[in-house]
Ligand binder design. Structure first.
Ligand code: THU
Length: 134
């Protein structure tokens, strides 16, 4: 699936964002190595700290469906521009797929800028996971 199509799905997901406190809707669309797409939106709470970002919703949906290998993720705000993932989301991406591509649309240039997760979170914290733990 190309970046444009994944971007369209992330934009479409935006309508389900629950962000009454920040009024900053975010949508994400995650493409797995198996070729499936999981979308996510930010979900806020009156207890602000319980908010979860769109990227983590998409990733946790995928993991809970048995998928752990990811190709790329598009993250978008309501103006259509890419949203650089927060540090927590970068850490979660790296747990499963350090090579995942983070695809951000730049409307001024009308192009997608692509970063690998490990490039935008270098020297990240990781523990070895053995077969039993997996
Ligand atoms: N947000 C995301 O969904 N993803 C990010 O990478 C950055 C921030 C959300 C969290 C909160 O609901 C709103 O954006 C404002 O911070």
């Amino acid at each position: 699936m190309d970046n444009k199509e994944l971007y369209r799905l992330a934009l479409e997901a935006l309508k389900y964002s629950y962000s009454p406190y920040s009024r900053f809707p975010v949508g994400a669309a995650l493409l797995t190595k198996k070729g499936n797409v999981y979308t996510g939106v930010n979900i806020e709470n009156a207890s602000y700290g319980l908010t979860i970002c769109a990227e983590r919703v998409a990733i946790f949906k995928a993991v809970s469906q048995g998928e752990r290998s990811f190709e790329k993720i598009v993250v978008v705000g309501k103006d259509g521009n890419g949203i650089p993932p927060c540090g927590a989301c970068r850490q979660v991406m790296i747990e499963f797929s350090p090579e995942i591509e983070v695809v951000l649309y730049d409307s001024k240039k009308d192009e997608f800028i692509v970063y690998k997760a490990h490039e935008i979170l270098p020297i990240s914290f990781r523990l070895e996971v053995n077969d039993e733990q997996q």
